[in-house]
Design a protein around this ligand. Structure first.
Ligand code: SAM
Length: 214
């Protein structure tokens, strides 16, 4: 697969449309401008890769809408060198955006074919996140604490393990809700025992599944 001038042009148009929708973080816009989203998509959807839409990937999962990726990443205020835990690797596109921002990324996926597909893509694009095949509800206690945690599937509730694995002063961005529509929450760990939370709109994600439902 190649990244043609046509793809690059379509990507610039996508970035312009994200700016119009309120994305103003230059790092996030540069990452989206740089990363070939069409590499992460099934052949059947290649020509739609630069529309601002979610698309199906393997195993009935989705690659999130570019606006959602940009919005969640902007909320996360990622700085180079920060430790970021992502739950729901999926295609690996969001992971690549985090890597492009200079974060040190740990990412968990529960579906093996997606885990394997993302691994190939990271090698191709020279990104080096630490990938884990497992249950995002558990997080990665061995590697905690994390400066930032990003959940890219709709969680029925905020997993307590993830709250525990957040650094004091750290931030989690997580869509929460049991129905098809979830509320984006931004949670900051203020102290050992205190967390502050704000809401940042409504979004639609595939569900974050608990291990007992697999
Ligand atoms: N970030 C992805 C991307 O850029 O393509 C999109 C993620 S997709 C909307 C949600 C992903 O979360 C799916 O790949 C799904 O398999 C995964 N997922 C759901 N429940 C999970 C769990 N408990 N642990 C880890 N991954 C999970």
């Amino acid at each position: 697969m190649i990244d043609s001038y046509k793809h690059q042009g379509l990507r610039r148009q996508l970035v312009d449309s994200l700016k119009e929708k309120g994305i103003n973080d230059e790092g996030v816009l540069n990452a989206i401008n740089k990363i070939p989203r069409h590499f992460f998509m099934d052949n059947a959807f290649l020509e739609f890769a630069y529309q601002d839409k979610a698309f199906p990937i393997a195993e009935s999962q989705t690659i999130s809408q570019p606006f959602t990726v940009a919005f969640q990443t902007q909320l996360l205020e990622v700085k180079p060198g920060e430790k970021v835990l992502e739950i729901g690797t999926g295609s690996g596109y969001q992971t690549s955006v985090l890597c492009e921002l200079g974060a040190r990324v740990w990412t968990i996926e529960r579906i093996k074919t997606l885990f394997d597909g993302a691994k190939k893509m990271f090698t191709k694009l020279h990104y080096k996140p630490k990938q884990f095949f497992g249950d995002g509800f558990e997080g990665l206690p061995k590697f905690a604490p994390f400066d930032k945690i990003l959940v890219t599937a709709g969680a029925p509730h905020v997993p307590p393990n993830l709250l525990e694995q957040l650094e004091i002063g750290g931030m989690m961005v997580i869509p929460v809700g049991k129905s098809a529509v979830q509320t984006m929450k931004v949670i900051v760990r203020v102290s050992d025992t205190e967390y502050k939370e704000k809401k940042a709109g409504s979004f639609q994600f595939v569900p974050l599944l608990e291990a007992k439902k697999w």
